[in-house]
Design a protein around this ligand. Structure first.
Ligand SMILES: [Zn+2]
Length: 360
């Protein structure tokens, strides 16, 4: 079969090539891939920043934002027997090591760090014609959100962040958040805004420089938009009352420190950016520390997502599709066929989500 591959740690090696077909084990399901989303992580792997090939392989198949169709059910009985032929599915990404949390189904909270991740670390990804997977890592997709289910994986980042935040906020008898700021207007930021709007919050998405297209897009879900080149973050936060949640999806390590200095009483800053650099920064440490203390503030990092986040993400994609028909689909701004998949790895600020159409 054909697949988008890289030689990990060697920059610029992404190419579509012929690779052996996966051979499903008896407890695995066979899946035909329909489309795969590409993101900054895939680009960083192609830049040689990280990525690990599976044992015994010199290449890694890229792609962790999947959508496909079951072509053969698992041969052995067990969990996930509802995954019969033609079921539409999205796969999760991380696979457990043997640590206490992984053993309890919480590989997203892994303690040992020996987990693997499909398309990233030690197991092939999904940007190929086919893959095989155990049913427990597959999530059935209802027909009505089939066109947008490739957005599930990037949404689960915020699903997990929100779930952890609501768990932590049980520290108070009542927590009724009203205002949120999302820093970063890429796919993760926009999907975070969708989630927060569905939860009833007033949301402002903050971009670095003004992009009228993004402003108009976010207006469709009732979210405000601001560009820090015009309106400093401090002004955005100060505009109307206090900010309950700031979710950062900028990819910058500077923005979170600014956010910490602006969070409202009992509020939380949720961090999602995996910053690859080695940057140092001078920050108003006394001010930030004082703000965090006097606000009872939380700073919460979140990575990967649990099975419950994938299930909740499917519920939210369906809710968003009902409330704002066509909005999610409009986030997929570029589609390329598999033979041109490497093109979709290039950063293009005009695009929101670039997908590879494997079976259009
Ligand atoms: Zn673990």
């Amino acid at each position: 079969m054909r697949a988008l591959t890289v030689i990990p740690k060697k920059p610029g090696t992404a190419e579509v090539r012929e690779v052996p077909d996966p051979v499903p084990a008896d407890d695995e399901v066979a899946i035909d891939v329909i489309r795969v989303g590409l993101c900054g992580t895939d680009a960083e792997i192609d830049h040689g920043e990280y990525g690990v090939a599976p044992p015994g392989s010199d290449f890694l198949i890229l792609g962790h934002e999947s959508f496909g169709r079951v072509t053969r059910r698992a041969r052995t009985a067990g969990k996930g027997m509802e995954l019969v032929e033609s079921t539409l599915v999205v796969a999760s990404v991380r696979r457990p090591d043997g640590c206490p949390n992984c053993s309890r189904g919480e590989a997203d909270m892994c303690l040992w760090g020996d987990y693997t991740e499909r398309g990233i670390r030690g197991i092939h990804g999904f940007c190929a014609e086919r893959y095989a997977e155990r049913p427990e890592y597959l999530f059935p997709v209802p027909d009505e959100i089939a066109d947008v289910a490739v957005l599930l994986e990037p949404l689960t980042i915020s699903e997990k962040g929100w779930r952890h935040l609501t768990a932590a906020q049980r520290r108070m008898t009542v927590w009724e958040p009203k205002r949120a700021i999302v820093t970063g207007a890429g796919p993760v930021g926009i999907l975070a805004a969708v989630l927060l709007r569905l939860r009833g919050l007033e949301v402002t998405v903050v971009d670095r420089s003004e992009r009228p297209g993004r402003r108009a897009l976010l207006a469709k879900i009732g979210a405000s938009y601001a560009a820090t080149s015009v309106t400093p973050l401090q002004e955005v936060a100060g505009r109307s009352g206090h900010t309950d949640v700031i979710l950062d999806a900028t990819g910058s390590s500077q923005v979170p420190f600014a956010a910490m200095d602006l969070i409202g009483p009992n509020g939380a800053v949720i961090l999602t950016s995996v910053t690859g650099g080695t940057r140092s920064l001078e920050v108003p440490a006394d001010d930030i520390n004082k703000r965090l203390v006097l606000s009872n503030a939380l700073v919460l990092g979140t990575v990967n997502a649990n099975a419950v986040d994938f299930r909740q993400g499917l519920v939210d994609l369906a809710a968003a599709e009902r409330r704002w028909p066509g909005f999610l689909l409009s986030l997929i701004t570029r589609r390329v066929p598999l033979e041109r998949a490497a093109e979709a790895l290039r950063h293009d600020p005009a695009q929101i989500k670039q997908v590879v159409e494997i079976r259009p």
